[in-house]
Design a protein around this ligand. Structure first.
Ligand code: PLP
Length: 418
C-alpha cells in the first residue's frame, strides 16, 4: 500500500504542468512543508533547492505569515476589488509604492505573475492608444521567460523557449539581443523598431527560467537610454529577481535604473498565497486619466488583491524589513560559489555561475541527472531542460541554514560531477 493512496487515485484526473504524462515518473507526494524542507508521504524529508518556484523566501510555514493570514481570515478572506476596498490591499499598495521612493507608485494587483505581465503590457499599449499615437510592438530579449499566458508567451524566447506551438498567436513581439559589452547589435536592432515599440520588457540582471543567464547593470542602462531615445516605456519583470534574489532588494536598485513599470510576484507573499502586481510611474498612470470614460485600464481579475494574499504579503514585507536579507544572500551566494566552483571543467559542465542567491551549473544538453537522483540525496532539485543546455540550479529559501544548504550542495556537486 502506497504511503499516499490519494496520489495514485487522483493521478488520472490531474493534468500536470510542463509534463509528458506518458513518460513522466509520478510526482513526489508531499504531506507537509516546514522551514526549508518538504516532508514526503513516506516520512522522508527533502531540502527544497528551488523554494517552490522561487517563492518561499522565508521558508515554509513561517509563524508570522501564518498568524497574519489567520487574522485576516477571521474578518474577510476575500471581497471583489471593484467598487469595494479593503485595508490589507490599500495599505499594501502604499507600502509597495514606498519601496520605490515614489518613482513607481500605482499598483495594480493580480493573482499570478503572468497576468501581471499581461497587465504591464496593457498599461504600455493602452497608454499610447489613449494618447492618440498607438504603438503596436512590444520588444523582448532572446533567452527571456515572462510567463505562460498569451501575451506573456509572446515575450518568451521564440526559438529556445517552450511555447513554439503558439507562435503568432500572441501580441506583436520583436526579440532583440541583450546588450553586451563592445557590441551594438541591440542598439542597431532597436533603432529599426523602436518608433513603434510601446515597451521593452526585460528580466533585470538575470534571465531565470530561460537558463539562469546573467547580464550586467550596464546592459540595463543601455536599454533605458534606447527607450528614452525612442519614447518607449521600459518594463522590468522582477517577478523572479525581486525581494533580494539577486542581492539587493530589487535588481533595479542594484542596477540603479528605474523602469516605467515594474512587475512583482513570487516572493511577494513569501510563497504563501498567489499575488502579483504591476506598478507604474505617474506618467503611465496619468495617461489613463480623463474626465469621461473610455480611457480606463480595462482589466479586473476576479481575485485581484485577494485579502488573504495581501495579508501574507504584508507579513512577508515585515520579515524582509526585520532581518538583513542582503547580508543573508551575500553569505548564501559566497557559500554556493565556493562549493560549486570545483565543478568547472568536469566533462559535462559548460559553466558554473552564481549571482545573489542563484547558483547555476550549465551542462551539455541531456546530461543533467533527473530530479529522482537528487531526491535520493535528500535534495529537491529540478533541472531546466532547454534546447541548448541543461541547467541544474539552486534558488533555495533565502533563510536556509548551513546544514540544509550543504545537503543541496552535496547533491549538486555529486550529481553534476558524474
Ligand atoms: C520572470 C518571470 N516572469 C513571469 C513569470 C510568471 O509568473 P507566474 O508563474 O506567477 O504566472 C515567471 C515565473 O516563473 C518569471 O520567472
Amino acid at each position: 500500500m502506497s504511503a499516499a493512496p490519494w496520489l495514485h487515485e487522483g493521478e488520472p484526473f490531474v493534468w500536470r504542468p510542463y509534463c509528458q504524462h506518458r513518460t513522466a515518473p509520478p510526482p513526489l507526494a508531499v504531506t507537509a512543508a516546514r522551514g526549508c524542507r518538504l516532508v514526503l508521504a513516506d516520512g522522508t524529508e527533502l531540502v527544497d533547492g528551488i523554494a517552490s518556484w522561487w517563492t518561499a523566501a522565508h521558508g515554509y510555514g513561517h509563524p508570522h505569515i501564518r498568524a497574519r493570514v489567520a487574522e485576516q481570515l477571521e474578518t474577510m478572506p476575500h471581497i471583489a476589488f471593484g467598487g469595494l476596498a479593503h485595508e490589507a490591499g490599500y495599505t499594501l499598495a502604499r507600502r509597495l509604492a514606498a519601496l520605490f521612493d515614489g518613482r513607481l507608485s500605482h499598483v495594480f494587483f493580480t493573482e499570478s505573475g503572468s497576468v501581471a505581465v499581461e497587465v504591464a503590457l496593457k498599461m504600455a499599449l493602452q497608454s499610447f492608444y489613449n494618447a492618440g499615437r498607438a504603438r503596436r510592438t512590444v520588444v523582448a530579449f532572446g533567452g527571456a521567460y515572462h510567463g505562460d499566458t498569451f501575451a506573456a508567451m509572446s515575450l518568451c524566447d521564440p526559438v529556445n523557449g517552450m511555447h513554439n506551438a503558439f507562435t503568432g498567436n500572441g501580441v506583436r513581439a520583436v526579440h532583440v539581443p541583450l546588450p553586451v559589452p563592445g557590441d551594438d547589435a541591440f542598439e542597431k536592432a532597436f533603432a529599426e523598431i523602436g518608433r513603434d515599440a510601446a515597451c521593452v520588457v526585460v528580466e533585470p540582471l538575470v534571465q531565470c527560467a530561460g537558463g539562469m543567464r546573467f547580464h550586467d547593470a550596464e546592459a540595463l542602462r543601455r536599454i533605458r537610454r534606447a527607450c528614452d531615445a525612442q519614447g518607449s516605456l521600459l518594463v522590468f519583470d522582477e517577478i523572479a529577481t525581486g525581494f533580494y534574489r539577486t542581492g539587493a532588494r530589487f535588481a533595479l536598485d542594484e542596477a540603479g535604473v528605474v523602469p516605467d513599470i515594474v512587475v512583482l510576484g513570487k516572493a511577494l507573499t513569501g510563497g504563501t498565497l498567489p499575488l502579483a502586481a504591476a506598478i507604474a510611474s505617474d506618467p503611465v498612470f496619468e495617461a489613463f486619466l480623463d474626465a469621461g470614460t473610455g480611457r480606463e485600464l480595462q482589466h479586473g481579475p476576479t481575485y485581484m488583491a485577494n485579502a488573504l494574499a495581501c495579508a501574507a504579503a504584508h507579513a512577508s514585507l515585515d520579515l524582509f524589513e526585520r532581518d538583513d536579507y542582503q547580508a543573508r544572500v551575500q553569505r548564501l551566494g559566497d557559500a554556493m560559489g565556493a562549493r560549486l566552483a570545483g565543478l568547472r571543467g568536469r566533462p559535462n559542465v559548460v559553466d558554473v555561475r552564481v549571482r545573489g542567491a542563484i547558483a547555476a551549473v550549465e551542462m551539455k544538453p541531456g546530461t543533467a541527472r533527473p530530479s529522482t537522483e537528487f531526491a535520493a540525496r535528500g535534495a529537491f532539485v529540478r533541472p531546466l531542460r532547454l534546447r541548448r543546455a541543461d541547467v541544474v540550479y539552486l534558488m533555495p529559501p533565502l533563510v536556509i541554514e548551513d546544514e540544509d544548504l550543504n545537503v543541496l550542495l552535496d547533491a549538486v556537486e555529486l550529481e553534476c560531477r558524474r
